[in-house]
Design a protein around this ligand. Structure first.
Ligand code: AMP
Length: 284
């Protein structure tokens, strides 16, 4: 499919200096950071960038510093050839697929110290995956420094990550505009994720229950039920009845601060559930 009007042929670039040379002449660059194993969720971000920006860069980099579980890192799916074909089909200009050495030439460990970011990282994913957001903030900061994008596209699928990146941009005084994109789901409701490919057929068949239970909570909240702890307890019971599913957390949080919600504040319902040994997250 050819939908580009800038006549560029898509290029795959591994080196930081090469990418920077290519981007030097543009000042309306849209950027989509990913870890590859791309699906329609990622492609929607790239398509939105294509609509809004002169140049679209998608990075494919499995960032080792954000994995708190070594086995999760080792078995993370890597499918660069297929990814490149998909990205070409939606009109991306540059695929940035660097080596670890290109991103981290000096192997420094990064730890978030900013007092206004820390409360966002302490809860949910941060509580269950120690060091995860240190790695996320580190890599996104590094990629922003390299690409210097005008706009960067992030999925609401990783709701907490989006909140943290927004705060990071604010405290670091960066000029990039963060563009949130809706969660793309399979027909049965399961949020698309690169990790879904690791599910067995039986696990895949029951995984949509997570979204169904989140929807139940949302409907009850919309109907005026604000007994969040009971709503969450009931949903956990329902999900855990399934032999393949085990809830790590379901939380109803303030949509901005990610802390316990005050009355009449907009909330987000977030969940992490083990499906076999695959960790799935979702939110509504
Ligand atoms: P990842 O490759 O998992 O690091 O994701 C890269 C970007 O794609 C992040 O901004 C994610 O939030 C986004 N993303 C992943 N899955 C989805 C989805 N199902 N719908 C929308 N965005 C997604």
């Amino acid at each position: 499919m050819k939908i580009k009007n800038n006549n560029l042929i898509m290029r795959i670039i591994e080196r930081v200096d090469q990418l920077q040379e290519c981007l030097a002449q543009y000042n309306n660059v849209g950027f989509v950071p990913t870890m590859g194993a791309l699906h329609n969720g990622h492609l929607e971000l790239a398509k939105q960038a294509r609509k809004e920006c002169e140049i679209v860069v998608v990075s494919v980099f499995v960032n080792p510093t954000q994995f708190n579980d070594k086995r999760d890192l080792e078995r993370y799916p890597r499918t660069l050839d297929a990814d490149a074909k998909l990205l070409e089909s939606v009109g991306v200009d540059f695929v940035f697929a660097p080596t670890v050495e290109q991103i981290y030439p000096d192997e420094q460990k990064y730890v978030i110290e900013d007092e206004s970011i820390l409360p966002l990282t302490a809860v949910m994913e941060g509580a269950h995956r120690p060091g995860h957001f240190d790695g996320v903030v580190q890599v996104v900061g590094r990629l922003f420094d390299i690409v210097n994008p005008h706009k960067a596209y992030f999925g609401l699928k990783d709701y907490q990550q989006l909140a943290i990146i927004r705060k990071m941009v604010e405290v670091q005084n960066r000029s990039v505009e963060i563009v949130p994109c809706d969660i793309v789901r399979a027909e049965d409701g399961l949020a698309l994720s690169s990790r879904n490919s690791l599910l067995t057929l039986q696990q895949r068949a029951v995984a949509p229950l997570i979204y169904r239970e989140l929807i139940q909570i949302r409907e009850k909240i919309d109907a005026g039920n604000h007994d969040y702890s009971k709503l969450v307890r009931d949903a956990i019971l329902q999900i855990n009845k399934n032999e393949y599913l085990c809830v790590q957390y379901i939380e109803v949080v303030d949509a901005v601060s990610l802390q316990e919600p005050a009355e009449n504040k907009t909330v987000r319902v977030c969940a992490a559930v083990m499906c076999g040994d695959v960790r799935l997250i979702d939110n509504v």
